[in-house]
Design a protein around this ligand. Structure first.
Ligand SMILES: *Cc1c(COP(=O)(O)O)cnc(C)c1O
Length: 382
């Protein structure tokens, strides 16, 4: 099954795409792109076997298994759809969610709950401080109506790492269900489900697994999810029904993202070949270290303290120079072949550099050279 020559050539051309220093979609390998040069029938047994295999392999990344009672539910849509699906499906009408937030993705959780008219309370922390288990402890004592606790593991707004284990153990000791958005950490930062007491974890293939967008996945205990039967406020986001669809036919309920499934199959092979979570995390850490060392020489330092900063994405305050404009900076880097990411902080102007995706320390070094040259151009300082 070799694709025609001209198609291979155009895929090879895309290997020269500008490098994405973004938190997803991100730079993927040529082989992941090539894996998608096929049309797969959503009814076909080979495709359904691939879906089943991907579900098992996602569980094994988290050191979970179907034999242990766990399921990986795939759902069409970007990561946000997965987070919303968990709330829509798993919080009963009389439920109440405590959301811990220190950034845009935690805030988005609160927005989803407001929109769905699900009762909730939000515990805010400053954007440069991890969320606070102590605040949750006090809340759980004071408010007995709370049934679920939700948080973001790595808040991509800044790259801050939140204390998922401390919060999870608290939720568990108060018998609350624990929902974790691990979108930007799953696959590169180890997550111990048992010690963290996670009931629902949401992530997506276009972050640390280095595949393309198109669907997201939820890891949970089968029984915990089945207990949510008939609760969903949404048809397409009903995770119980989605699981039952996989049970019955091995298929997605509605049109599956076939090419994105082929892409993730290849991306998981490359993930395993690289050495799994430990190896991927080590490469991203090396990327992050080269980035911070290189930009420090240019006088650019991360917004966060090193102790709370992850190696996934890093926010840098703008240089203190009135000639600096993010638009010029961005365009100039783009002309040199590097795509960075705008900031998302409410208080400080920052740009962000993602260190995940099919990029290596040598690529980061090239980016640092490009940033140096760009700043010399646009700041016109020696
Ligand atoms: C990327 C991301 C999401 C999902 O964003 P989408 O644009 O819907 O894919 C959610 N939470 C975090 C922490 C993320 O990094």
């Amino acid at each position: 099954m070799h694709p025609p020559e001209n198609i291979v050539n155009s895929a090879a051309a895309s290997a020269r795409d500008k490098l994405l220093f973004t938190p997803g979609p991100l730079t993927t390998s040529l082989s992941v792109k090539q894996a998608m040069l096929h049309d797969a029938g959503s009814w076909h047994f080979e495709f359904n076997a691939l879906v089943a295999s991907i579900r098992d392999r996602l569980l094994s990344i988290a050191q979970l298994s179907r034999d242990g009672g766990w399921e990986a539910i795939l759902l069409q849509g970007s990561g946000t759809y997965g987070v919303e699906a968990v709330f829509q499906t798993c919080v009963p009408r009389a439920g109440k969610v405590a959301v811990l937030t220190n950034g845009a993705y935690g805030n988005r959780m609160a927005q989803m709950l407001t929109q769905a008219a699900i009762d909730h309370v939000v515990l805010h922390t400053a954007e440069n401080k991890p969320v606070e288990p102590e605040a949750l402890a006090a809340l759980l004592v004071a408010d007995k109506a709370i049934t679920h606790v939700a948080m973001v593991h790595c808040e991509t707004t800044t790259g801050i790492l939140n204390p998922v284990q401390a919060v999870g153990q608290l939720a568990r000791s108060h018998r609350k269900l624990f929902i974790v958005d691990a979108m930007s950490s799953f696959g590169a930062i180890p997550i111990d489900f048992k010690h963290c007491g996670i009931d629902f974890l949401i992530s997506s293939p276009n972050k640390c697994l280095e595949s393309v967008p198109g669907f997201c996945f939820i890891l949970c205990q089968r029984q915990t999810l089945l207990a949510c039967q008939d609760q969903s406020r949404s048809l397409s986001l009903d995770l119980v029904d989605q699981l039952k669809g996989f049970d019955r036919t091995g298929q997605f309920r509605y049109t599956p993202p076939t090419h994105a499934i082929l892409g993730l199959d290849q991306a998981l092979k490359e993930f395993e070949a690289e050495g799994g979570v430990a190896a991927r995390g080590a490469r991203y850490r090396a990327n992050h270290d080269v980035l911070c060392a290189g930009l420090a020489e240019l006088g650019l330092r991360p917004y966060l303290d090193a102790g709370v900063q992850s190696y996934i994405i890093t926010a840098f305050p703008f240089p203190a120079d009135s000639n600096f404009s993010f638009d010029n900076f961005y365009r100039s880097l783009s002309e040199r072949g590097f795509i960075i990411y705008p900031g998302k902080l409410t208080q400080v102007n920052t740009f962000r550099i993602g260190t995940i995706g099919r990029i290596f320390p040598t690529d980061i070094q090239q980016l640092v050279y490009a940033i140096r040259a760009t700043l010399q151009d646009i700041l016109r300082t020696p």
